[in-house]
Design a binder for this molecule. Structure first.
Ligand code: ADP
Ligand code: MG
Length: 250
């Protein structure tokens, strides 16, 4: 579903990703851990085309991102074609980024109606099912300001799912939440994983990584320094930096 081959990214003279090699199989949940500044968000943003990579290759769902292949030749895609590729990818950020002037239902229906050109009735029907899936059937007409952080984040997940993505990216989805609201968001993510969604989850929730993750990757200084099952990485980290990091978060 995702394949990264020697992905490099720099901002000016700052080399942020120094050759990332990763593969995520369909239905796999990959959790990504690593110290602040190690390039976790940048990597997700590259997968989602919010950043353009400088070198290497990225495939998502069989597409070489940013390119179309014709015979042996590669053609760089136009912006419009890039946004078509991006539609297959849902992303949830640390900050919920809901439209403040729209209800939960309107937030969820926005993209299907305006991007996918669904009818309003069809979008609302699907929207209702999605809000039910994240446990918010009773909040469809609430505005973000009337919802807790955990509820807002669940709306954000429903909104991402409304585009019927094949891959979901989560960038520290619970880091901005009060501790008592973390569980309800992780529970929704766990259900999504059980339903077979392919997910890359940047998180420091070790419990979630252990229970839900199929693989765990540890990023440090723009390279993958550790990769394995959560059990392997957590109980037997080979790398010194991983050991230090884990001893601080466990
Ligand atoms: P993480 O998510 O692991 O904390 P990031 O991917 O956000 O790390 O950032 C990695 C490094 O790249 C940091 O040093 C950050 O300051 C830098 N960085 C990220 N985005 C930009 C940008 N748009 N311009 C310049 N530097 C950036
Ligand atoms: Mg980050």
């Amino acid at each position: 579903m995702v394949k990264a081959e020697a992905v490099h990214k720099h901002f000016g003279r700052l080399e942020v990703l120094k050759g990332i090699d990763l593969e995520v199989a369909p239905g796999e949940v990959m959790c990504v851990l690593g110290p602040s500044g190690s390039g976790k968000s940048t990597f997700l943003r590259c997968v989602n085309h919010l950043e353009k990579i400088d070198a290497g290759r990225l495939w998502v769902n069989g597409h070489l991102m940013g390119y179309r292949q014709k015979g042996d030749r590669l053609y760089e895609l136009r912006d419009r074609e890039v946004s078509e590729q991006r539609r297959e990818i849902g992303m949830v950020f640390q900050r919920f980024n809901l439209f403040p002037h729209m209800t939960a239902m309107e937030n969820v229906c926005e993209a299907p109606v305006h991007v996918r050109r669904r009818s309003k009735a069809e979008a609302r029907e699907r929207g209702a099912a999605l809000l039910e899936r994240v446990g918010l059937s009773d909040k469809t007409d609430s505005y973000p300001s009337q919802l807790s952080g955990g509820q807002q984040q669940r709306v954000a997940i429903a909104r991402a799912l409304a585009m019927e993505p094949k891959l979901m990216l989560f960038d520290e989805p619970t880091s901005a939440l009060d501790p008592e609201l973390v569980g309800e968001v992780l529970e929704v993510m766990k259900q999504l994983a059980l339903d077979g969604m392919t997910m890359i989850v940047v998180t420091h929730e070790i419990g979630f990584a252990r229970e839900v993750g199929d693989t765990l990757v540890f990023l440090d200084g723009g390279v993958v320094v550790e990769k394995g099952t959560p059990e392997e990485v957590i109980s037997n980290p080979r790398n010194r930096r991983t050991q230090d990091f884990l001893s601080r978060v466990l």
